[in-house]
Design a binder for this molecule. Structure first.
Ligand code: BTN
Length: 248
């Protein structure tokens, strides 16, 4: 495995604006970033492994030391858009720009990235009070290689030749910083274009996993909510996740 170097990870980025930590191990890069004070515009934490990696909905995020990406970025966000959806889109765009080709990575609401119908990236957005405002902490986990896995977990695998870790991290940082500073006007249609279940029959599952509803995924609102056409009504769903038959 190629070791991450500061020079490659932060290539062409202005380090006057970025505080960073490149660690071998940490409980969770998100927890670490939450405990630090934001002294510059951005705080970036990257680790080779996590001993208590966290996923959405209180789940764990399997984080072995096998060449994956575990990173968090803390910053103030003045954009009104739903960060969790926009970040998924930005990562998929970073994959295209870094590799120089169109990687077939799809988005699944709200913020999973899939290759060959398997999840290769998860995103956990948290916030932390900082004075009168909230800072956001974006946590990103990207699987390159997993010694153990569930049937629905995927890996970057051979694509690592065109998507080396250090270049992908660099590309993601550039996209997120550019977004933080300039916004993204047409993010909604760009997100829908990359969504793998537009117009498809899906199962919308509530946060506590106890309730679900079947319907046709109709797209997203400007707030990032899912629009679900059920038998009786067009419903707006703001939280939870979705499941697609034959995928997960
Ligand atoms: C999900 O459940 O899909 C979100 C997974 C987010 C994992 C990343 S890995 C880096 C950061 N630190 C954490 O503890 N979690 C996020």
């Amino acid at each position: 495995m190629h070791k991450l170097t500061q020079k490659e990870v932060f290539k062409d980025l202005n380090l006057e604006k970025i505080d960073f930590y490149m660690l071998n191990t940490v409980n969770s890069t998100n927890t670490f970033a939450k405990e630090k004070i934001l002294k510059k515009d951005y705080l970036v934490v990257i680790s080779e492994k996590q001993t208590a990696g966290r996923g959405r909905q209180g789940k764990d995020w399997y984080s072995p030391d096998s060449g994956n990406i575990y990173m968090s970025i803390r910053f103030k966000n003045n954009n009104p858009d739903p960060l969790s959806l926009v970040v998924g889109l930005l990562i998929s765009e970073a994959m295209d720009s870094v590799s120089g080709q169109k990687i077939n990575v799809g988005l699944k609401w709200p913020n999973d990235l899939l290759i060959d119908n398997k999840k290769i990236c998860g995103i956990l957005i948290e916030s932390e009070i900082n004075g009168d405002n909230n800072d956001f902490i974006i946590g990103i986990g990207i699987n390159y290689s997993l010694p153990q896995k569930e049937s629905w977990w995927g890996e970057i695998g051979d694509l690592a030749n065109i998507l080396p870790r250090e270049k992908l991290i660099n590309g993601i940082l550039k996209k997120i910083i550019n977004y933080a500073e300039n916004g993204y006007k047409n993010w909604k249609s760009a997100w829908e274009n990359r969504c793998i279940h537009m117009g498809k029959e899906i199962k919308a599952i509530s946060n506590n996993q106890n309730d679900y509803e079947m319907g046709k995924f109709y797209g997203i609102s400007q707030e990032g909510n899912m629009m679900l056409q059920t038998k009786n009504a067009l419903k707006i769903i703001s939280s939870g996740e979705c499941s697609i038959k034959g995928i997960y």
